[in-house]
Ligand binder design. Structure first.
Ligand SMILES: [Zn+2]
Length: 51
C-alpha cells in the first residue's frame, strides 16, 4: 500500500515560478520599454497556489 503525497498545486498566475513578467512603461505615452520580473502577488513568490 503505497502512500503518495499530492504535489502542491502550482500557482496559476506565475505557473509555479513565483515571479511574473510585467511590462514596464514610461512617460505619458506609455511607451513600453521592456519587461520586468516582479514578485507574484497571487502566491507572494512561493509558487504554490493558495487554497
Ligand atoms: Zn504565483
Amino acid at each position: 500500500m503505497a502512500t503518495r503525497k499530492a504535489p502542491p498545486a502550482k500557482c496559476p498566475t506565475c505557473k509555479g515560478s513565483g515571479e511574473v513578467a510585467r511590462a514596464v512603461r514610461v512617460g505619458r505615452k506609455r511607451r513600453s520599454v521592456g519587461q520586468q520580473t516582479g514578485l507574484c502577488l497571487a502566491c507572494l513568490g512561493s509558487g504554490e497556489a493558495a487554497e
